[in-house]
Write a protein that binds this ligand. Structure first.
Ligand SMILES: *Cc1c(COP(=O)(O)O)cnc(C)c1O
Length: 405
């Protein structure tokens, strides 16, 4: 069976993790700080903080910005549940909008229509690793009419003076937008290092801070660290450092517990060092699929490269033109019978109980449903061989013909 996305774990990772385990310091410490530094220079953003997930990162940022009950945050209906859940955890309302026709990402025209005087933030999601229309989104939140309608109710909101753009960049480490690294083109961008993502630490995430210059990002880094560790004024490493009186700390606020461990950062440091070769192989796989399906009349291939955007090649989201949801499901069964694992990304949130029961209706998101109903995600990872790729494309083409032919 060809698996869908096994992590790339090898002797180099085992050795680096082993060193941490025997170093006397296994939780947040020197490796985490080093990983943050390397990520900052790789992305070219102002500051990076690593945490135990992207979900935790997004929620901490929303809380730092003062998002609370009565506020609205605009998100795409087509995303993973984390994007909506962090908004709900803050007590605010996720306002879901439909995606664009041209790709799987949030439609800027629909974002414009959804903005109200309660809108505090927008969370665009780089589905599959393909960046959203950030120039248009950044221009939108900076329009005079829209800024005039913004109602700040925290110090941070007053300081920004407009809607915050926080990218859910869970898929898009290493993607490029207008020549810049993704993660450096919005106020905030949050990466995921979950086991199935392009660059993994088993579980983990990073918040890239790129807020305008009136913000002191070193201060925000400190504030987010404190929030990530119960509101403690000192982390564990600072407490054990030599010197009398270092045991004493204060708790400034009832914070959370979502710091990254050095064990995780050790994996991330290896992953980051070899990330360019990972991306290179992923691009070859996308090119292989593109060529294999180019003469198939039913194949709708995903966008992954154009004049202003380059994907991180995270998910190859193929669509079967003309397939109903039931036919797509049948095609997937046939592909699995041929010993190939595939997946579906994503079930639009209004199809899922937690959101449906709160009144979100899939009929309001026809584009998201059309994208989802005939979508099949194919395996993409460094260790796939060209023989594997031939097996996969043969399995897909044969299965589609069996069901649709
Ligand atoms: C994986 C994923 C997340 C969550 O990442 P975690 O690190 O698991 O919290 C958020 N958004 C999207 C779109 C994802 O795919």
């Amino acid at each position: 069976m060809i698996p869908f996305s096994p992590p790339r774990m090898d002797q180099q990772i085992v050795e680096e993790v082993g060193k941490v385990l025997l170093s006397g310091w296994i939780t947040t410490g020197p490796r985490t700080k080093e990983f943050e530094k390397r990520l900052t220079s790789y992305i070219g953003c102002r500051k990076v903080i690593c945490l135990n997930s992207a979900t935790a990162g997004m929620e901490l940022v929303l809380r730092w910005f003062g998002i609370k009950e009565g506020d609205e945050v605009i998100i795409p209906a087509y995303t993973y549940c984390a994007t909506a859940n962090v908004v709900m955890h803050c007590g605010a309302t996720p306002v879901m909008v439909d995606v664009d026709e041209k790709d799987f990402n949030i439609s800027v025209a629909n974002v414009r229509k959804a903005i109200t005087s309660k809108t505090k933030a927008i969370i665009p999601v780089d589905i599959s690793g393909f960046p959203c229309d950030y120039e248009a989104l950044n221009a939108l939140v900076n329009e005079e009419g829209i800024k005039a309608n913004f109602n700040p109710n925290s110090e941070e909101q007053k300081q920004l003076g407009r809607i915050l753009v926080m990218a859910d960049a869970a898929h898009s480490v290493g993607a490029k937008y207008q020549g810049n690294m993704n993660g450096s083109v919005t106020d905030v961008a949050v990466f995921s290092f979950h086991a199935v993502k392009n660059l993994t630490t088993a579980e983990g995430g990073a918040v890239c801070l790129n807020l305008p210059e009136q913000f002191d990002v070193d201060e925000i880094y400190k504030a987010l660290n404190i929030k990530s560790l119960h509101g403690q004024s000192k982390d564990a490493l600072a407490k054990v450092k030599a010197g009398g009186g270092n045991w004493r700390y204060d708790v400034i606020e009832p914070g959370y517990k979502c710091n990254m461990m050095d064990i995780q950062a050790a994996i991330g440091l290896v992953e980051l060092e070899r990330y360019d070769s990972n991306l290179g192989r992923r691009k070859e796989i996308f090119d292989f699929y593109t060529k294999a399906f180019q003469n198939e009349p039913w194949a709708i291939q995903p966008a992954f490269l154009n004049d202003e955007k380059e994907s991180s090649y995270h998910l190859y989201m193929l669509r079967i033109n003309g397939a109903t949801e039931a036919q797509r499901d049948e095609i997937i069964n046939k592909i699995f019978e041929k010993q190939v694992s595939v997946n579906v990304h994503f079930q639009p949130l209004p199809l899922l109980t937690a959101y449906k029961s709160r009144g979100y209706d899939i009929n309001a998101y026809p584009e998201a449903f059309n994208k989802y109903k005939n979508e099949i995600t194919l395996p993409v990872y460094f260790n796939l061989t060209n023989d594997n790729l031939t097996t996969i494309t043969d399995a897909v083409i044969t299965s589609v013909n069996e069901v649709m032919g």
